[in-house]
Ligand binder design. Structure first.
Ligand code: BT5
Length: 329
């Protein structure tokens, strides 16, 4: 695991175009040369490729393809999101871990990042599967000063942030499927799971979990091969996870502040213009109902308004339900 000393060593190595002597690093950090050497060994174990030459010192050759906090923080321009970054190479579920941190009162905007989840989950105890270090798996903790009816905006803004980033950075035609998915070419590329705790009319904390398929190959996973896609599958080549993650965090940061202090209406409008369900025939299933109709819009609180065959407008509140575009059924 890297910390501030590692981060400073990495900064020095990145800034230095050639070798940097252990003595110079030691002096800058007020460490012994042996301590520097131990740090370099630790960074090598974490996957940093650092060369060394006698009498010349160390040189950074390549960075690891791991979402280490020091890398995520470098160049990250956010006010709230990523205020703290908790990196767990493996965990059960980032949402589970994040909920524990939220209860302990971790900083607003803290993110929990992992390379692998043994019990990643969606809604209704469904499973979220993702191979080691191929995709993005994270949860963001917020303490939004809003009533529970507004929490769905967090799912809206996260899906919008992912959608924008996929279009702008990966150049793939992403669209949002109400209530919590991002789709590309009729397949799911991202799922979002927002969980929260509220007391009376006030949200205590909310955790926004995001699973985005970047370099995974869903076609190799029998459970999702017919319904899922990834950036790699769509574009035909691997995609760097780190800049994409930073772009998503930055988008979420901007949208979160806009949601709280500015213009939730504009977010909803942009969300609507990226929706792939509006105007389409849809089938809603929940424990106690099956409804068909044409998706009309979402209202201020994120509920879907659907016109049924009798012409009535039904208001479908986000919850434990599933929405299928009729062509998928
Ligand atoms: C979701 O649930 O789509 C929300 C998924 C949220 C996952 C993130 S990962 C980080 C954080 N930590 C967690 O433990 N969870 C969050 P839902 O709408 O219920 O959809 C779940 C369904 O998506 C499954 O039943 C599968 O059919 C499908 N699925 C599973 N893994 C997938 C994948 N990698 N790509 C696309 N679809 C997948």
């Amino acid at each position: 695991m890297t910390d501030n000393i590692d981060a400073t060593i990495l900064d020095l190595l990145v800034a230095s175009q050639s070798h940097l002597s252990g003595q110079v690093i030691a002096r800058r950090l007020n460490l012994s040369r042996t301590a520097v050497w131990k740090r370099i060994e630790g960074l090598r174990e974490a996957g940093f490729h650092i060369g060394s030459a006698r009498n010349r010192g160390y040189r950074l050759i390549s960075l690891p393809d791991r979402l280490l906090p020091v890398l995520v923080k470098t160049g990250l321009k956010t006010r709230t999101v990523g205020s703290e970054i908790v990196y767990l190479p493996r965990t059960d579920s980032t949402n589970v871990h994040a909920k524990k941190l939220a209860i302990q009162g971790t900083a607003n905007g803290t993110i929990v990042l992992t390379e692998y989840q043994s019990q990643g989950h969606g809604r209704l105890s469904r499973t979220w599967t993702s191979p080691f270090a191929e995709n993005l798996l994270l949860s963001i903790i917020f303490y939004p000063p809003v009533p529970p009816s507004k929490v769905f905006h967090l799912t809206l803004l996260a899906s919008l942030a992912v959608c924008r980033s996929l279009i702008d950075r990966a150049h793939i035609p992403a669209g949002i499927k109400w209530p919590n998915d991002v789709y590309v070419n009729h397949r799911k590329i991202c799922g979002i799971l927002t969980e929260f705790s509220a007391h009376q009319d006030r949200v205590n904390w909310a955790v926004v979990g995001i699973g985005l398929n970047v370099n995974g190959t869903p076609s190799a996973d029998p459970d999702i091969k017919n319904i899922a896609t990834s950036i790699r599958h769509e574009s035909g080549s691997r995609h760097e996870r780190l800049p994409l993650l930073q772009a998503i965090l930055q988008e979420i940061d901007v949208l979160y502040h806009r949601f709280l202090y500015g213009d939730a209406k504009a977010i909803r409008e942009e969300w609507l213009s990226n929706s792939i369900v509006l105007g389409k025939p849809v089938l809603i299933t929940a424990e106690d109902m099956v409804e068909e109709g044409i998706a009309q819009t979402i209202d201020e609180d994120g509920a879907l308004l659907m016109r049924t065959s009798t012409g009535d407008i039904r208001r479908i509140v986000y919850g434990d339900l599933s929405l299928k575009l009729k062509r998928e059924t």
